[in-house]
Design a protein around this ligand. Structure first.
Ligand code: NDP
Length: 337
Protein backbone atom coordinates (compact mmCIF):
# COMPACT_ATOMS: atom_id res chain seq x y z
CA UNK A 1 0.00 0.00 0.00
CA UNK A 2 1.12 3.61 -0.46
CA UNK A 3 2.18 5.43 2.72
CA UNK A 4 3.54 8.90 3.58
CA UNK A 5 6.98 8.53 5.20
CA UNK A 6 9.12 11.00 7.10
CA UNK A 7 12.37 11.20 5.11
CA UNK A 8 14.28 13.36 7.64
CA UNK A 9 13.49 15.50 10.63
CA UNK A 10 12.84 19.09 9.59
CA UNK A 11 15.63 21.56 10.22
CA UNK A 12 13.46 24.49 11.36
CA UNK A 13 10.23 24.79 9.40
CA UNK A 14 9.15 21.52 7.71
CA UNK A 15 9.60 21.40 3.92
CA UNK A 16 7.94 19.22 1.24
CA UNK A 17 11.22 17.28 0.77
CA UNK A 18 11.06 16.07 4.38
CA UNK A 19 8.26 13.68 3.31
CA UNK A 20 7.86 11.05 0.58
CA UNK A 21 5.13 8.72 -0.64
CA UNK A 22 6.44 5.13 -0.65
CA UNK A 23 5.08 1.64 -1.29
CA UNK A 24 5.03 -0.72 1.71
CA UNK A 25 3.75 -4.33 2.01
CA UNK A 26 0.61 -4.93 4.07
CA UNK A 27 0.71 -7.71 6.68
CA UNK A 28 -1.83 -10.55 6.38
CA UNK A 29 -5.16 -9.99 8.17
CA UNK A 30 -4.95 -12.06 11.38
CA UNK A 31 -7.68 -13.27 13.73
CA UNK A 32 -9.46 -10.24 15.29
CA UNK A 33 -8.07 -7.89 12.63
CA UNK A 34 -9.45 -5.70 9.85
CA UNK A 35 -8.20 -4.50 6.47
CA UNK A 36 -9.40 -0.91 6.10
CA UNK A 37 -9.29 1.30 3.00
CA UNK A 38 -8.85 4.88 4.18
CA UNK A 39 -11.22 7.48 2.74
CA UNK A 40 -10.34 10.60 4.78
CA UNK A 41 -7.31 11.45 6.89
CA UNK A 42 -7.12 14.08 9.63
CA UNK A 43 -4.35 16.69 9.44
CA UNK A 44 -3.44 17.90 12.92
CA UNK A 45 -1.16 20.63 14.30
CA UNK A 46 0.18 18.17 16.89
CA UNK A 47 1.97 16.38 14.03
CA UNK A 48 4.38 19.33 13.92
CA UNK A 49 5.77 18.51 17.35
CA UNK A 50 5.93 14.80 16.52
CA UNK A 51 8.27 15.50 13.58
CA UNK A 52 11.00 16.74 15.91
CA UNK A 53 12.98 14.83 18.52
CA UNK A 54 13.42 17.74 20.85
CA UNK A 55 9.78 18.51 21.60
CA UNK A 56 8.22 16.01 23.96
CA UNK A 57 4.66 15.14 23.02
CA UNK A 58 1.75 13.26 24.51
CA UNK A 59 2.15 10.50 21.96
CA UNK A 60 5.17 8.93 20.22
CA UNK A 61 7.32 11.00 17.86
CA UNK A 62 7.70 10.04 14.18
CA UNK A 63 10.85 8.23 13.06
CA UNK A 64 12.73 9.03 9.82
CA UNK A 65 12.22 6.19 7.31
CA UNK A 66 8.87 5.19 8.87
CA UNK A 67 5.29 6.05 7.90
CA UNK A 68 3.47 8.87 9.65
CA UNK A 69 0.23 8.03 11.44
CA UNK A 70 -2.83 9.87 12.68
CA UNK A 71 -6.60 9.79 12.80
CA UNK A 72 -8.38 8.50 9.73
CA UNK A 73 -11.74 7.20 8.59
CA UNK A 74 -12.11 4.26 6.27
CA UNK A 75 -14.25 1.36 5.17
CA UNK A 76 -13.62 -2.26 6.20
CA UNK A 77 -12.65 -4.31 3.11
CA UNK A 78 -11.79 -7.58 4.85
CA UNK A 79 -12.68 -8.60 8.39
CA UNK A 80 -11.77 -11.31 10.85
CA UNK A 81 -14.00 -9.77 13.52
CA UNK A 82 -17.72 -10.63 13.39
CA UNK A 83 -18.93 -7.34 14.87
CA UNK A 84 -17.17 -5.19 12.21
CA UNK A 85 -18.08 -6.78 8.84
CA UNK A 86 -16.89 -5.54 5.43
CA UNK A 87 -18.61 -2.28 4.50
CA UNK A 88 -18.49 -0.89 8.07
CA UNK A 89 -17.12 2.66 8.38
CA UNK A 90 -14.53 3.02 11.15
CA UNK A 91 -12.31 5.68 12.67
CA UNK A 92 -8.83 4.64 13.77
CA UNK A 93 -5.22 5.87 14.18
CA UNK A 94 -3.50 4.43 11.07
CA UNK A 95 -3.87 7.34 8.68
CA UNK A 96 -1.23 8.67 6.26
CA UNK A 97 -1.56 5.48 4.16
CA UNK A 98 -4.11 4.15 1.68
CA UNK A 99 -4.82 0.85 3.42
CA UNK A 100 -4.12 -0.42 6.92
CA UNK A 101 -4.38 -3.71 8.78
CA UNK A 102 -5.41 -3.03 12.34
CA UNK A 103 -6.71 -4.79 15.42
CA UNK A 104 -10.48 -4.53 15.70
CA UNK A 105 -9.86 -3.63 19.35
CA UNK A 106 -7.97 -0.52 18.17
CA UNK A 107 -11.21 0.78 16.67
CA UNK A 108 -12.00 2.32 20.01
CA UNK A 109 -15.52 2.59 21.40
CA UNK A 110 -16.05 5.67 19.27
CA UNK A 111 -14.59 3.99 16.20
CA UNK A 112 -17.64 2.64 14.43
CA UNK A 113 -19.51 5.46 12.75
CA UNK A 114 -22.91 5.90 11.18
CA UNK A 115 -22.73 7.65 7.78
CA UNK A 116 -26.51 8.17 7.87
CA UNK A 117 -26.20 10.48 10.88
CA UNK A 118 -23.67 12.88 9.33
CA UNK A 119 -21.41 13.03 6.23
CA UNK A 120 -18.10 11.18 6.54
CA UNK A 121 -15.84 14.30 6.83
CA UNK A 122 -17.93 15.58 9.76
CA UNK A 123 -16.93 12.47 11.73
CA UNK A 124 -13.31 13.65 11.69
CA UNK A 125 -14.20 17.32 12.28
CA UNK A 126 -17.19 18.71 14.15
CA UNK A 127 -18.32 15.26 15.36
CA UNK A 128 -14.74 14.02 15.64
CA UNK A 129 -11.75 14.72 17.87
CA UNK A 130 -11.57 18.43 17.11
CA UNK A 131 -15.24 19.10 17.88
CA UNK A 132 -14.85 16.95 20.98
CA UNK A 133 -11.82 19.00 22.02
CA UNK A 134 -13.85 22.20 21.77
CA UNK A 135 -16.70 20.64 23.77
CA UNK A 136 -14.48 19.27 26.56
CA UNK A 137 -12.51 22.52 26.75
CA UNK A 138 -15.59 24.70 27.07
CA UNK A 139 -17.74 22.54 29.33
CA UNK A 140 -15.45 20.58 31.64
CA UNK A 141 -12.24 22.62 31.58
CA UNK A 142 -13.44 26.23 31.31
CA UNK A 143 -16.80 25.47 32.98
CA UNK A 144 -18.65 27.79 30.63
CA UNK A 145 -21.68 29.44 32.25
CA UNK A 146 -24.64 31.11 30.54
CA UNK A 147 -23.91 34.82 30.23
CA UNK A 148 -20.12 34.42 29.94
CA UNK A 149 -18.01 36.44 27.54
CA UNK A 150 -15.75 33.95 25.73
CA UNK A 151 -12.57 34.56 23.73
CA UNK A 152 -11.23 31.87 21.33
CA UNK A 153 -7.91 32.05 19.44
CA UNK A 154 -7.21 30.27 16.11
CA UNK A 155 -10.96 30.72 15.86
CA UNK A 156 -11.27 29.89 12.15
CA UNK A 157 -9.60 26.49 12.55
CA UNK A 158 -11.13 23.11 13.32
CA UNK A 159 -11.32 23.47 17.09
CA UNK A 160 -12.01 27.22 16.87
CA UNK A 161 -14.99 27.03 14.49
CA UNK A 162 -16.50 24.37 16.74
CA UNK A 163 -15.74 26.30 19.95
CA UNK A 164 -17.38 29.53 18.78
CA UNK A 165 -20.58 27.80 17.74
CA UNK A 166 -20.74 25.58 20.83
CA UNK A 167 -20.09 28.54 23.15
CA UNK A 168 -23.05 30.38 21.64
CA UNK A 169 -25.35 27.32 21.93
CA UNK A 170 -24.19 26.68 25.50
CA UNK A 171 -25.39 30.13 26.48
CA UNK A 172 -22.40 32.44 26.18
CA UNK A 173 -23.44 36.07 26.05
CA UNK A 174 -20.64 37.26 23.78
CA UNK A 175 -18.11 35.27 21.73
CA UNK A 176 -14.94 36.87 20.34
CA UNK A 177 -12.37 35.22 18.09
CA UNK A 178 -8.99 35.95 16.57
CA UNK A 179 -7.71 34.65 13.25
CA UNK A 180 -5.12 35.52 10.61
CA UNK A 181 -6.47 37.93 7.98
CA UNK A 182 -9.66 39.88 7.25
CA UNK A 183 -11.33 37.11 5.23
CA UNK A 184 -11.18 34.63 8.10
CA UNK A 185 -12.40 37.32 10.52
CA UNK A 186 -15.41 38.05 8.30
CA UNK A 187 -16.26 34.33 8.16
CA UNK A 188 -16.13 34.04 11.95
CA UNK A 189 -18.96 36.53 12.28
CA UNK A 190 -20.92 35.46 9.21
CA UNK A 191 -20.80 31.68 9.58
CA UNK A 192 -19.43 30.55 12.91
CA UNK A 193 -21.44 32.29 15.61
CA UNK A 194 -18.86 34.89 16.65
CA UNK A 195 -20.09 38.35 17.68
CA UNK A 196 -16.79 39.98 16.78
CA UNK A 197 -13.40 39.00 15.39
CA UNK A 198 -9.92 40.50 15.25
CA UNK A 199 -6.99 39.86 12.93
CA UNK A 200 -4.08 39.08 15.25
CA UNK A 201 -1.58 39.95 12.52
CA UNK A 202 -3.01 43.45 12.02
CA UNK A 203 -3.52 44.58 15.62
CA UNK A 204 -2.07 43.69 19.03
CA UNK A 205 -4.59 41.28 20.58
CA UNK A 206 -4.46 43.20 23.85
CA UNK A 207 -5.81 46.28 22.03
CA UNK A 208 -8.40 44.21 20.17
CA UNK A 209 -9.74 42.72 23.41
CA UNK A 210 -9.93 46.14 25.05
CA UNK A 211 -11.98 47.33 22.06
CA UNK A 212 -14.21 44.26 21.59
CA UNK A 213 -14.70 43.28 25.24
CA UNK A 214 -14.28 46.52 27.21
CA UNK A 215 -15.79 44.91 30.33
CA UNK A 216 -13.43 41.93 30.13
CA UNK A 217 -13.79 38.23 29.38
CA UNK A 218 -14.78 35.27 31.56
CA UNK A 219 -13.35 32.39 29.52
CA UNK A 220 -10.33 32.10 27.23
CA UNK A 221 -10.08 29.01 24.99
CA UNK A 222 -6.37 29.05 24.12
CA UNK A 223 -5.24 27.39 20.90
CA UNK A 224 -2.10 29.48 20.35
CA UNK A 225 -0.30 30.52 23.58
CA UNK A 226 2.30 33.32 23.44
CA UNK A 227 1.14 36.90 23.06
CA UNK A 228 -2.53 35.98 22.78
CA UNK A 229 -2.42 34.13 26.10
CA UNK A 230 -0.71 37.13 27.68
CA UNK A 231 -3.35 39.46 26.23
CA UNK A 232 -6.12 37.23 27.57
CA UNK A 233 -4.61 37.24 31.08
CA UNK A 234 -5.00 41.02 31.11
CA UNK A 235 -8.56 40.91 29.74
CA UNK A 236 -9.87 38.20 32.08
CA UNK A 237 -12.22 39.23 34.85
CA UNK A 238 -11.83 38.09 38.46
CA UNK A 239 -12.54 34.35 38.68
CA UNK A 240 -11.96 33.89 34.93
CA UNK A 241 -11.10 30.47 33.47
CA UNK A 242 -8.61 29.49 30.78
CA UNK A 243 -8.72 26.18 28.87
CA UNK A 244 -5.14 25.62 27.68
CA UNK A 245 -5.70 23.56 24.55
CA UNK A 246 -2.67 24.14 22.34
CA UNK A 247 0.19 26.47 21.47
CA UNK A 248 0.19 27.08 17.71
CA UNK A 249 2.42 30.14 18.07
CA UNK A 250 5.17 28.19 19.82
CA UNK A 251 5.77 25.30 17.42
CA UNK A 252 9.38 24.88 16.38
CA UNK A 253 10.43 27.43 18.98
CA UNK A 254 9.58 30.24 16.57
CA UNK A 255 7.22 32.07 18.93
CA UNK A 256 8.26 35.39 20.40
CA UNK A 257 9.13 35.26 24.06
CA UNK A 258 6.48 36.47 26.47
CA UNK A 259 7.26 37.59 30.02
CA UNK A 260 6.00 34.77 32.25
CA UNK A 261 5.62 37.23 35.12
CA UNK A 262 2.40 38.37 33.47
CA UNK A 263 0.99 35.37 35.33
CA UNK A 264 0.71 37.76 38.26
CA UNK A 265 -2.68 38.50 36.65
CA UNK A 266 -3.71 34.95 37.62
CA UNK A 267 -2.90 35.71 41.24
CA UNK A 268 -4.55 39.10 41.37
CA UNK A 269 -7.71 37.93 39.65
CA UNK A 270 -7.90 34.38 41.12
CA UNK A 271 -7.86 32.87 37.64
CA UNK A 272 -7.98 29.15 36.86
CA UNK A 273 -5.68 27.99 34.05
CA UNK A 274 -6.15 24.30 33.15
CA UNK A 275 -4.30 22.34 30.52
CA UNK A 276 -6.05 19.28 29.13
CA UNK A 277 -5.63 16.40 26.70
CA UNK A 278 -8.93 15.44 25.16
CA UNK A 279 -8.35 11.69 25.26
CA UNK A 280 -8.55 11.80 29.08
CA UNK A 281 -12.24 12.75 28.82
CA UNK A 282 -13.79 9.89 26.84
CA UNK A 283 -16.61 9.65 29.38
CA UNK A 284 -18.06 12.87 27.92
CA UNK A 285 -18.16 11.51 24.34
CA UNK A 286 -21.72 10.06 24.33
CA UNK A 287 -23.11 13.35 25.68
CA UNK A 288 -21.05 15.30 23.11
CA UNK A 289 -22.16 13.17 20.14
CA UNK A 290 -25.79 13.29 21.13
CA UNK A 291 -25.84 17.07 21.58
CA UNK A 292 -23.78 17.96 18.52
CA UNK A 293 -25.60 15.50 16.24
CA UNK A 294 -28.82 17.13 17.46
CA UNK A 295 -27.55 20.65 16.72
CA UNK A 296 -26.44 19.50 13.26
CA UNK A 297 -29.81 17.87 12.51
CA UNK A 298 -31.61 21.03 13.59
CA UNK A 299 -29.38 23.13 11.33
CA UNK A 300 -28.10 25.16 14.27
CA UNK A 301 -24.39 24.61 13.53
CA UNK A 302 -22.18 24.51 10.47
CA UNK A 303 -19.56 21.83 9.83
CA UNK A 304 -16.76 23.20 7.69
CA UNK A 305 -13.78 21.36 6.23
CA UNK A 306 -10.89 22.25 3.94
CA UNK A 307 -10.34 19.13 1.83
CA UNK A 308 -7.12 18.36 -0.07
CA UNK A 309 -7.20 15.46 -2.55
CA UNK A 310 -4.64 12.66 -2.78
CA UNK A 311 -2.02 11.00 -0.59
CA UNK A 312 0.74 12.73 -2.59
CA UNK A 313 -0.67 16.11 -1.41
CA UNK A 314 -1.00 15.11 2.27
CA UNK A 315 2.35 16.55 3.41
CA UNK A 316 1.47 19.79 1.61
CA UNK A 317 -1.82 19.86 3.51
CA UNK A 318 0.10 19.68 6.80
CA UNK A 319 2.43 22.52 5.78
CA UNK A 320 -0.59 24.56 4.65
CA UNK A 321 -2.37 23.97 7.98
CA UNK A 322 0.66 25.21 9.93
CA UNK A 323 0.65 28.37 7.80
CA UNK A 324 -3.09 29.00 8.27
CA UNK A 325 -4.23 27.65 4.87
CA UNK A 326 -7.37 26.04 6.30
CA UNK A 327 -10.82 27.13 7.40
CA UNK A 328 -12.38 24.56 9.70
CA UNK A 329 -11.02 21.02 9.75
CA UNK A 330 -8.10 20.19 7.41
CA UNK A 331 -8.64 16.78 5.78
CA UNK A 332 -7.07 14.72 3.02
CA UNK A 333 -9.48 12.74 0.81
CA UNK A 334 -8.07 9.60 -0.77
CA UNK A 335 -8.75 8.40 -4.29
CA UNK A 336 -12.05 6.72 -4.80
CA UNK A 337 -13.82 8.11 -1.71
P1 NDP B 1 -6.50 24.52 13.28
O1 NDP B 1 -7.50 24.04 12.29
O2 NDP B 1 -6.89 25.61 14.23
O3 NDP B 1 -5.21 24.92 12.47
C1 NDP B 1 -4.19 25.63 13.04
C2 NDP B 1 -4.43 27.16 12.86
O4 NDP B 1 -3.54 27.84 13.71
C3 NDP B 1 -4.08 27.65 11.46
O5 NDP B 1 -5.19 27.55 10.59
C4 NDP B 1 -3.69 29.10 11.73
O6 NDP B 1 -4.81 29.95 11.51
C5 NDP B 1 -3.36 29.13 13.23
N1 NDP B 1 -1.97 29.56 13.46
C6 NDP B 1 -0.85 29.09 12.87
N2 NDP B 1 0.23 29.75 13.38
C7 NDP B 1 -0.24 30.62 14.30
C8 NDP B 1 0.38 31.60 15.15
N3 NDP B 1 1.71 31.77 15.17
N4 NDP B 1 -0.43 32.33 15.95
C9 NDP B 1 -1.76 32.16 15.95
N5 NDP B 1 -2.40 31.27 15.16
C10 NDP B 1 -1.64 30.51 14.35
O7 NDP B 1 -6.00 23.30 14.14
P2 NDP B 1 -6.86 22.47 15.18
O8 NDP B 1 -8.19 23.07 15.31
O9 NDP B 1 -6.75 21.03 14.83
O10 NDP B 1 -6.06 22.69 16.54
C11 NDP B 1 -6.15 23.91 17.24
C12 NDP B 1 -5.31 23.80 18.52
O11 NDP B 1 -5.86 22.79 19.35
C13 NDP B 1 -3.86 23.41 18.27
O12 NDP B 1 -3.03 24.14 19.15
C14 NDP B 1 -3.83 21.93 18.61
O13 NDP B 1 -2.54 21.50 18.98
C15 NDP B 1 -4.83 21.90 19.77
N6 NDP B 1 -5.43 20.60 20.05
C16 NDP B 1 -5.34 20.16 21.34
C17 NDP B 1 -5.93 19.00 21.73
C18 NDP B 1 -5.87 18.60 23.16
O14 NDP B 1 -6.25 17.48 23.50
N7 NDP B 1 -5.38 19.47 24.05
C19 NDP B 1 -6.65 18.13 20.76
C20 NDP B 1 -6.73 18.71 19.42
C21 NDP B 1 -6.12 19.90 19.09
P3 NDP B 1 -4.66 31.56 11.26
O15 NDP B 1 -4.77 31.75 9.78
O16 NDP B 1 -5.79 32.12 12.03
O17 NDP B 1 -3.30 31.96 11.76
Amino acid sequence: TRVVCLVRRPDGEPLPGDFAVEERPLPPVGEGQLLVRNLYMSVDPSMRGRLSTTEKHYTHNFTPGSPLDGRALGVVEESRCASLPPGTYVRHQLGWRERAVLDAAAVDGAGRIDPELAPLPTWLGLLGQTGFTAYVGLTRIARLCPGDTVFVSAAAGAVGTAAGQFARLLGADRVIGTAGGPDKCALLVKEFGYDAAADYRAEPVRDALARLAPDGIDVYFDNVGGEQLAAALHALRTGGRVALCGMMSQFGGAGRTVDINQLIQAVLKRLTLSGFIVRDHEDLRPEFEQRVAGWLAEGRITARETVVDGLENAAGALLSLLGGGNVGKMLVRLDGS
